[in-house]
Design a protein around this ligand. Structure first.
Ligand SMILES: Cc1cc2nc3c(=O)[nH]c(=O)nc-3n(C[C@H](O)[C@H](O)[C@H](O)COP(=O)(O)OP(=O)(O)OC[C@H]3O[C@@H](n4cnc5c(N)ncnc54)[C@H](O)[C@@H]3O)c2cc1C
Length: 323
């Protein structure tokens, strides 16, 4: 039987939300579902994967996979795909996914599409995917030709998570880290100072632009984010000005986000910024210029000075959410 193999990312022993989205899409196809997880603690995922309707769990519980090494991962994933020959591979269009899967596709001489926002897998393993192009000005429908394995990367927070109708007991196969004379050694991975959820996975984002006036005013956004359990993002203008690191940039040359709530503070709404956040479900814009383009994308708009409005919002949300 044809299968869909999901590359499942996890952290602290839990499947990431993006993995649950992909597993939901895989189940919907009616095909056999395989899940591949690499890294220490992968073995502990077997039950959770079974509950998600996975038939076969391919678990590489090996510390060699803890620091992402493109060479090692490419070898390991290519080996698995060569042996399992799934019709479709699903993975998140995360930083890791976008680095790894083009390499794997090149090795397998097969097709890969990234950044998809919609996906349909037929019972025969054919795939139709949609992805925004030209900074969101149009949407492309992608089909595969001459691709023995179709690799589809989807943006986090875009597909619907549905519960599995029945839990399964997934058969478990151990995946070993390939013994290979690696040309690259990852000595250290330095994580960003923030322990908040990464922007691309955040459900609520409070983002600031040049209208915040000065870097110190980002503290107001952090306070609001703290109350809402949100992650702070930024426009390119303030990243270029050195106020905040590039890891916080939303937009065409930053991160693509699709939270339930996006609060844009002092951001004009340039097309390159919209390209990264137009998938947000509800957009709140705060800007002192009533004609700022961001208001055309906003579900709710507040015309006012961010330095006055943001602390008021923080105060009110605190009252509401603490009761
Ligand atoms: C190739 C390319 C790629 C790019 N990629 C990105 C990208 O990934 N992400 C991105 O964001 N941009 C990107 N840009 C830049 C983009 O074109 C804009 O320059 C940028 O988004 C503007 O940032 P901003 O809205 O913070 O600043 P501005 O455009 O300067 O807007 C500031 C806004 O704040 C408002 N404001 C000012 N003071 C206050 C106040 N006190 N209270 C309330 N509102 C106030 C103003 O009315 C204005 O609307 C890219 C550009 C190019 C050419």
């Amino acid at each position: 039987m044809a299968s869909v193999l999901v590359f499942t990312e996890f952290a602290n022993g839990q499947l990431k939300k993006s993995a649950l989205e992909l597993l939901s899409a895989a189940r919907k196809s009616g095909l056999k579902v395989q899940a591949l997880a690499l890294g220490s603690g992968a073995k502990g995922l077997a039950d959770a994967l079974g509950k998600e309707g996975v038939d076969e769990a391919l678990l590489g519980d090996d510390a060699a996979f803890d620091k992402y090494n493109p060479e090692l991962f490419t070898e390991a994933v290519t080996n698995v795909l060569n042996s399992k020959k799934p019709a479709v591979v699903l993975a998140s269009s995360s930083t890791l996914g976008r680095d790894l899967f083009p390499r794997v596709a090149a090795r397998l001489n097969t097709g890969v599409t990234s950044d998809c926002t919609e996906l349909e897998i037929s019972g025969s393993g054919d795939v139709k995917a949609r992805r925004p192009m030209y900074a969101g000005k149009c949407t492309a429908e992608v089909a595969f030709e001459n691709s023995p394995i179709k690799i589809v990367l989807t943006r986090p927070n875009q597909l619907v998570v549905t519960p599995a109708s029945a839990a399964k007991t997934a058969t478990v196969e151990e995946i070993k880290a390939p013994v290979k004379d690696l040309k690259t050694i990852i000595k250290e991975v330095v994580k960003g100072a923030s322990n908040k959820l990464d922007l691309s996975e955040a459900n609520v984002i409070v983002s600031g632009g040049r209208g915040m006036k000065e870097p110190a005013n980002f503290k107001m956004l952090e306070d609001l984010a703290e109350v809402l359990g949100a992650t702070v993002g930024a426009s390119r203008a303030v990243v270029d000005a050195g106020w905040v690191p590039h890891s916080m940039q939303v937009g065409q040359t930053g991160k693509t986000v699709a939270p339930t709530l996006y609060i844009a503070c002092g951001i004009s709404g340039a097309i390159q910024h919209l390209a990264g956040m137009s998938g947000s479900k509800v957009v709140v814009a705060i800007n002192k210029d009533a004609n700022a383009p961001i208001f055309q994308k906003a579900s709710y708009g507040i015309v006012g000075d961010v330095t006055e409005v943001v602390p008021l919002l923080t105060q009110e949300f605190k009252k509401l959410l603490q009761h």
